[in-house]
Design a protein around this ligand. Structure first.
Ligand code: SF4
Length: 337
C-alpha cells in the first residue's frame, strides 16, 4: 500500500481522458476516499486559518493534466526539472516547498506522463551532442506518490532507452520496491536525503526514519542504480561536527564499501518569505531563522537569502570534504552550497 493515503482527492475532469486518471479515480473510489471532480482550476481550500489550510493541503491529492509545455531549469543538480509531481505529504519544518507552494501545499500528480516524457526527449534532442540531465524531485518528493501513479518507473525506463539523457531524483521516502526491477541501464541516479539525528528528530515528521532510508538506499544500489546522498539542509547548530560525523559513520556502516556514491551538500538558507511561511505553518517552530546569525546574499532572481557567514561556510565545507574523502574513497562530492 502506498505510504501516502490522501484524505481528499481532487480530479481535473480532463484527467479522466487519460488511463492513469481513470485508474486513479477507480482506486480512490474503491478505498472510499472523498473525491471531487473539478473543471479547470484546483478548487481553493476552505476558508480557515493558514495552519488548518496547510494541514488539509498536505493531505489532499490533486490529479491533473500538465498544460505548460516548457520545463524549468534546475541548477545545480540537473539541466531541467521533470514535472511529474509537485508537493509532498511530509512535514519537514525547514522544507523549501513551504515557500514554493505557500498557500496551496497540495500534492499534485500529472496524468499525461507520456506527453511530459516526450517533451523531455525534445529537450534532449535540442542539446545533442551534449547530455541532458532531468531532475524528478525539484518541487516534490515523487516517491511519496509512486505507489499510486507509477510515473517514476515509467520515467526510469523511458530515460534508459533515450540516448544522451539521464534522470535523477531525491527522496526521503522508501517505497522503492517497484523501481528495483526496472530496466534503468544505470541512467537514473537515486539519491536519499538524510540529516543528522537531532535535525531529523526536531524538524522532520511524516517521513521514514534514517534506518529505513539507508535500507532503501542499500536495496537501490543493490539493484544497480547509481546511488547518492543529499545532506540538506546542513545546520551549523551546537555540536554539528559531532552530529554530522555520526551521520557519515552511520552511512558508512550501512552501505557496502564498494558503492561509488555521490554527495550533494546544501547548507541551510532562508528568505524573508520562507521565514514568514514556516512560522505560520509551524507556529513555535525551532528552525533557526534568526538573521543575526547569517549574512544576506542577493540571489539571481532579485530576492535575497540569509546564509551562514563565509568563515563558517568554509569550516563546514572543509569538514565535509575531508571526512567524506576519508570515509568514502570512491565517493564524489558534486557540490557544496
Ligand atoms: Fe519537503 Fe522533502 Fe520533507 Fe517532503 S520530504 S516535506 S519535500 S523536505
Amino acid at each position: 500500500m502506498p505510504s501516502f493515503v490522501p484524505k481528499l482527492v481532487l480530479i481535473q475532469k480532463s484527467a479522466l481522458e487519460y488511463p492513469l486518471g481513470r485508474d486513479l479515480k477507480k482506486r480512490f473510489e474503491n478505498r472510499g476516499i472523498e473525491l471531487l471532480v473539478y473543471e479547470k482550476r484546483v478548487p481553493p481550500l476552505p476558508r480557515a486559518s493558514f495552519g488548518e489550510r496547510f494541514q488539509l493541503g498536505k493531505r489532499t491529492l490533486a490529479v491533473s493534466v500538465r498544460q505548460a509545455r516548457e520545463f524549468q531549469s534546475c541548477r545545480p543538480s540537473a539541466h531541467y526539472q521533470l514535472p511529474l509531481v509537485s508537493g509532498c505529504p511530509g512535514y519537514c519544518e525547514y522544507c523549501y516547498l513551504n515557500t514554493n507552494l505557500g498557500q496551496s501545499p497540495y500534492v499534485k500528480v500529472y496524468v499525461n506522463v507520456d506527453e511530459i516524457l516526450h517533451r523531455a526527449a525534445a529537450y534532449t534532442e535540442q542539446r545533442r551532442p551534449d547530455r541532458t540531465v532531468f531532475e524528478g524531485a525539484a518541487t516534490s518528493d515523487p516517491v511519496a506518490v509512486e505507489g499510486w501513479t507509477g510515473a517514476l518507473l515509467r520515467a526510469v525506463e523511458f530515460f534508459a532507452l533515450l540516448p544522451g539523457a539521464e534522470f535523477r531524483f531525491v527522496t526521503k521516502y522508501t517505497d522503492v520496491e517497484s523501481l528495483l526491477g526496472a530496466r534503468h541501464s544505470g541512467k537514473t541516479t537515486v539519491r536519499f536525503s538524510i540529516n543528522c539525528e537531532s535535525i531529523m528528530n526536531k524538524f522532520e515528521r511524516g517521513v521514514p526514519r534514517l534506518r529505513s532510508r539507508l535500507e532503501a538506499a542499500k536495496e537501490t544500489a543493490g539493484a544497480g542504480y547509481p546511488l547518492g546522498f543529499l545532506i540538506a539542509p546542513i545546520f551549523a547548530l551546537d555540536g554539528w561536527r559531532r552530529e554530522y560525523e555520526k551521520l557519515l559513520l552511520t552511512v558508512k556502516r550501512n552501505i557496502p564499501e564498494d558503492t561509488p556514491l555521490t554527495f550533494e551538500l546544501i547548507t541551510h538558507r532562508f528568505t524573508d518569505r520562507a521565514r514568514k511561511i514556516i512560522r505560520q505553518a509551524y507556529p513555535g517552530t525551532n528552525v533557526p531563522l534568526d538573521d543575526k546569525d547569517r549574512v544576506f546574499k542577493f540571489g539571481q532572481f532579485g530576492y535575497g537569502k540569509y546564509v551562514y557567514p563565509q568563515e563558517l561556510m568554509e569550516e563546514l565545507k572543509e569538514f565535509f570534504q575531508t571526512r567524506i574523502n576519508e570515509l568514502f574513497p570512491l565517493a564524489t562530492i558534486l557540490y557544496f552550497v
